[in-house]
Write a protein that binds this ligand. Sequence first.
Ligand code: PLP
Length: 404
Amino acid sequence: MKDISEIRSDFPILGRKVYGKQLVYFDNGATAQKPQRVIDSVDEILTFFNGNIHRGVHYLSDMASESYENARQKVAAFINASGKEEIVFTSGTTGSINTIAFSFGERYIKRGDEIIVSHLEHHANIVPWQMLCERKGAILKVIPMNSNGEIITGEYLKLLSPKTKIVAITQVSNALGTIVPVNEIIEAAHSNNTPVLVDGAQGIQHGIVDVQKMDCDFYVFSGHKIYGPTGIGVLYGKKKWLEELPPYQGGGDMVEKVTFEKTTYNHLPFKFEAGTMNYAGAVGLGAALDYITELGREEIAERERQLLSYATECISGIEGVTIYGNSERKISTISFLIDGIHQYDTGMVLDKLGIAVRTGTHCAQPVMDFFGIDGTVRVSMCFYNTRQEIEALVQGIEKVKSMF
Ligand code: PLP
């Protein structure tokens, strides 16, 4: 793997100061920073190749379309989909989940059916299913969690029944960092003839994802959390599902033939891509995937394991700090509170020291309710973070304690 200073210099924002202090960026779970290569790729398409995709015969449209389809191929290879027609571009994880909740719901969900999610979910993997349940009279079932922040798989098995029509589960808890045993969840669901959607928003960043090995039916993630641009995301679906499901939105490009009497739909994946897509974003995502593939995904995961281990040791050693989420299997995320100090106060003092952390419920209010708290401070690290930054954080926490 490249030397850390070389890696950091790939990300121009990491060199900047805030409030006159060197930036320490520990909010990678909310959005990751972008290497110059991603910024350049978006700049290049907008500067030299901008033309609406799949529409024109002219040079610019052809070039933009080719770049967009190359990006799709890169995503397919990155997650090991069996073909690029299984990759639908969306606006992000939220857009992808809403697409499936709508399309799958329209086709398969009826009154009394059950949908399983877990207590660990981000709101994006709760609310679209609740909306579906409201529309169709279906019932949302929730896999409970334990005090380590893990789902209780034994309870999950009890929830599965012939009424279960889909399981939607996160690969990693964004609030606590817990890695969920999705393989086990999928295997049990499939023995019950139930498909599974995996929310990979946090999982895609921190390890190798192989959708064929995992055998999930749908896998979704956002470009911006994997060092790509905002406004672009991925919906992977097994071909047989995507072929069966009705389109989510109607409009240009998703159609084959339109008459006032009847419209037929385009083949995959275009059936799910209505209107002008974010082709510049897709190209940027492709560049991000190239970047991390070249850096080495195993090496990235190993570096992040070391950062987690060091940060856990340092933060848990501070008197008066409680860490929430103590699973053996975690990504490099630590959620904590300092006794008697509100998370916003901690976050604001750290911010003035140049340290960016996330505070609040992390769009996972049920997780906070479970612990009886109204939020945490979340430190989400990735491969470009350093031990020195962790030490700066520890000093920052001590400063917060001395001020309150
Ligand atoms: N699911 C999880 C686990 C997340 O962490 C997030 C964002 O933090 C989302 C879904 C929603 O992602 P986006 O806002 O990019 O659609």
